[in-house]
Write a protein that binds this ligand. Structure first.
Ligand code: AMP
Ligand code: ZN
Length: 476
């Protein structure tokens, strides 16, 4: 089957032809680790998970790189403001990021490079740009000269005249869109940087944000690779600058397909600090929402359309899952011998074809899910004629496993929490409230001995884990 993706640079769908047959290499812009991911970020990571799973579904080997942006203006400012070292600030945020991925059943990328571990590669790339005349040094900063790269703007459609009104800037934040022409590759040390600085041939300083992604993507995926993704806010200037830097340095095309997810809205509004709607996954779990329903909701809208997040929508997602569960349940408990009826085979075959055709068409997940619900309706109709037998139940379960390679929310291995364990957790909570920490810790040890790990959230509730899977969030 031919897979096609909407490529942002060509502004049209194009058949996906990987550079190395049988293998897809993709770079997905990762979190800026100065604060916890919000559900908008998570929407983008789920879109990237859908992309990754779909590529695998069609038999491709996937090499995915997701960077951790642990040096940029925001992380440095946050580290400065809170008076903690950069790594001390970013380490727990990175840990929680991975926990969010696990909770949402987002598959791990092959490589998660951090900018702080790639300073030599970044410096080498800047040196290449200086040597080729695309970059220049001004005092302790190194800038990319947009004028010397006439193709600039092809991805975003920004033209050079619009940019010409801008002046040179040395901020690498997304918000600085107007004040824009040349952008910084290396930023000389200033007092606000504190001890975040590295020696380089251009003086002591630190890299700009854009060059980090160029250096890390090319290191792990090659100077030319298949797919690069992010949210739409990444298109300009971040991805535009990545293209300029990489193409200027190597003379190669850098990336063959650019895919971007539209933004997530909350209650119909843009997420923002002032509206207080930048919810994190923990915020939602605190309110009793299930990660499975959240995953389903974030997954279920087409990635190029905005998605509106509301509590009602999460509930509707939960209800949709329940409808799917009902059939799965019937399939798992089916009894009786004999071959599967043709009608059952047929509805599975139809759903299978529609499901994969929809995914191959630029990840049309809503249509893929619709095929699944058609199957559910048909299967119930057939069941009413005569209950499912074992062979039919088995065929349906098989199909469930097949589609869940992409959906990642149908088959759950959630474990029931034994009452005894729940009791212990509550006892420990009480002890902690009474400040009897030693006794509380003894219970933690006891739980660990039984295979349960517990985490206290900063809202006072407790999350229980077993075998690396989150089980429940017990409110305080
Ligand atoms: P950041 O941590 O800000 O670097 O963003 C991480 C990823 O989330 C990037 O791919 C962004 O484009 C994406 N992103 C940021 N805000 C939203 C949003 N409201 N909806 C969807 N994706 C977003
Ligand atoms: Zn990036």
């Amino acid at each position: 089957m031919t897979i096609q993706f909407y490529d942002a640079r060509r502004r049209r769908k194009a058949p996906f032809e990987p550079l190395h047959p049988g293998e897809a290499r993709l770079y997905t812009c990762g979190p800026t680790v100065y604060k916890d991911a919000h559900i908008g970020n998570l929407r983008t990571y789920i879109f990237e998970d859908l992309l990754r799973r779909t590529l695998k579904f069609f038999g491709l080997k996937v090499v995915q790189v997701m960077n951790l942006t642990d040096i940029d203006d925001k992380t440095i400012r946050q580290s400065h403001a809170s008076g903690v070292a950069l790594k001390t600030l970013t380490a727990p945020i990175i840990e929680r990021f991975f926990r969010d991925l696990k909770l949402l059943n987002i598959e791990r990328a092959e490589i998660y490079p951090a900018a702080t571990d790639h300073i030599p590669e970044i410096i080498a790339l800047i040196e290449r740009l200086l040597a080729k005349g695309y970059a220049y040094q001004a005092e302790n900063n190194v800038y990319f000269s947009v004028e010397r790269f006439p193709e600039y703007g092809q991805l975003s459609g920004m033209n050079l005249q619009a940019l010409a009104r801008g002046v040179r800037i040395d901020a690498d934040e997304y918000e600085d869109k107007e004040n824009f022409r040349d952008f910084a590759l290396w930023k000389g040390w200033t007092q606000e940087d504190g001890d975040v600085a590295w020696d380089s041939p251009f003086g002591r300083g630190r890299p700009g944000w854009h060059i980090e992604c160029s250096a890390m993507s090319m290191k792990y995926l090659g100077e030319e690779f298949d797919i690069h993704t992010g949210g739409v806010d990444n298109i300009f200037p971040h991805h535009e600058n990545e293209i300029a830097q990489s193409v200027a340095a190597t003379g190669k095309s850098f990336v063959r397909y650019w895919l971007h997810s539209a933004h997530l809205l909350v209650n119909g509004e843009k997420m923002s600090k002032s509206l207080g709607n930048q919810w994190t996954l923990s915020d939602l779990l605190e309110r009793g929402l299930s990660p499975r329903a959240i995953r389903y909701l974030l997954l279920s809208g087409h990635y190029r359309q905005q998605l509106n997040f509301t509590f009602e929508a999460v509930q509707a997602a939960g209800a949709a899952l329940q409808r799917l569960d009902t059939l799965h349940q019937a399939a798992s408990t089916a009894e009786g011998d004999g071959p599967a009826r043709d009608s059952v085979r047929r509805i599975i075959e139809t759903a299978r074809n529609k499901f994969s055709a929809a995914l191959a068409d630029d990840l049309n997940i809503s249509e893929a899910l619709a095929a699944l619900f058609d199957l559910v309706a048909e299967a119930h109709r057939i069941r009413r004629e005569m209950p499912l037998n074992r062979a039919e139940g088995f065929a349906l379960q098989n199909f469930w496993h097949y589609v869940d390679r992409v959906i990642g929310a149908l088959i759950t291995d959630e474990v029931e929490i034994p009452t005894e364990i729940e009791q212990l957790v509550h006892n420990r909570m009480r002890l902690r409230t009474d400040r009897k920490y030693a006794e509380a810790d003894a219970i933690r040890q006891e739980l660990a001995g039984k295979g349960y790990q517990i985490d206290d959230t900063n809202q006072g509730s407790v999350i229980i884990w077993a075998k690396g899977r989150k089980l429940v969030n017990i409110p305080h």
